[in-house]
Design a protein around this ligand. Structure first.
Ligand SMILES: [Zn+2]
Ligand SMILES: [Zn+2]
Length: 344
């Protein structure tokens, strides 16, 4: 049994599943072991501790919460510091949608071994303010002092897609927002010495440059010509903070998608991959012990395939980005600081 499978029938359970897609057993995600467990009524015994379904299960939360703690909410739900009022049903539905992506994010952070200290344990710890903006009170997506703010209106396809087209972005998803903002959070944690900051500045630029000037310039003049030779996205050109967060998000995109391919048993046969005859491409669930070149090489070939698959279905590319040599250097830096803390 792999962790992401049903205890009862061994079928694959998806990150969003409330029940096994095959045998319909009610399942809950157990964060400490990163595994799905079958609920026995309301609760399940795991390693001598009683776990219960999160109190937000009616809002599609499929995580488990320990019974011996005062909160009936799971770890993911407890990280939400501010949410819409309980009589705003439409906004709560959007909150439930966004929470799916938040749980996917948190699950991956645990897989990578990244530390998560909640705001209720430490000042500046991680928190989420998940709020629906209104014309008179807009909500700005962003990160400040451990708090990630998300505008729940971004769960609405027409709205999000409209913004994407207007800004000329190649990709815009709720999961992408979470992965970008968590990059801001981790930069303050993982870049933890003068030497690490010196290296960071050499790659991404000096983050002490005025942020307001950078925003004004970006929205007036756009990205500089030839930006794709050294940046992963136009947004990354705005300021060194954003370049780091964008690269961090891409590190999460790439490692998550490779892990999914690995778990699904995808391999590319050497003879079938044109231009790549020396070896088959076998993605890994975990690249922490691998050089970044191996990861990026696997990703190069797999993302080409995934893009072709999407086009076959009349969709846009799965990964509409080009990783230039300078961007690969930045991703290598992220790989170093992530695996260093995860291995400690
Ligand atoms: Zn099952
Ligand atoms: Zn929950």
């Amino acid at each position: 049994m792999t962790p992401q499978s049903c205890e009862r029938c061994a079928s694959t359970v998806f990150a969003e599943s409330l029940q096994c897609p095959v045998c319909s057993a009610p399942v809950g995600f157990h964060p400490p072991t990163l595994s799905f467990r079958v609920l026995d009524g309301e609760t399940v015994e795991i390693d001598g501790r009683t776990w219960a379904a999160c109190s937000n299960r009616d809002w599609r939360c499929n995580w488990l919460a320990p019974r011996d703690e005062p909160s009936a909410q799971c770890f993911s739900c407890r990280l939400t510091r501010r949410r819409p009022p309980s009589d705003e049903t439409a906004d709560l539905e959007r909150l439930a949608d966004a929470a799916v992506d938040k749980r996917r994010l948190l699950m991956q952070l645990r897989y990578l071994g990244l530390p998560i200290t909640p705001y209720y344990e430490r000042e500046g710890g991680l928190a989420f303010d998940l709020l629906a903006g209104t014309p008179s009170e807009p909500v700005m997506i962003g990160h400040a002092n451990g708090v990630i703010t998300i505008d729940l209106n971004e769960t609405l396809d027409d709205r999000r897609e409209g913004v994407r087209v207007r800004l000329g972005e190649a990709y815009r998803t709720m999961l992408g927002h979470f992965r970008h903002e968590i990059g801001h959070y981790y930069q303050g944690i993982l870049v933890d010495s003068d030497a690490a900051w010196a290296e960071c500045r050499a790659l991404f630029g000096d983050e002490r440059a005025s942020y307001q000037d950078a925003i004004d310039r970006h929205y007036r003049f756009g990205a500089p010509e030839g930006w794709a030779d050294s940046f992963i996205s136009e947004y990354a050109t705005m300021h060194p903070w954003e370049d780091f967060a964008e690269c961090f998000a891409h590190y999460l995109h790439i490692t998550a998608t490779l892990a999914t391919a690995a778990r699904g048993g995808v391999t590319l046969d050497a003879e079938r991959v044109s231009g790549h005859s020396d070896a088959s491409v076998v993605p890994l669930e975990d690249y922490s012990a691998q050089p970044i070149d191996r990861m990026l090489d696997d990703w190069h070939w797999l993302s080409l395939l995934f893009n072709r698959v999407n086009r076959t279905m009349g969709k846009d590319d799965l990964y509409p980005f080009r990783i230039s040599a300078p961007v690969a250097e930045k991703l290598a830096y992220v790989h170093r600081i992530v695996t260093r803390v995860a291995g400690s």
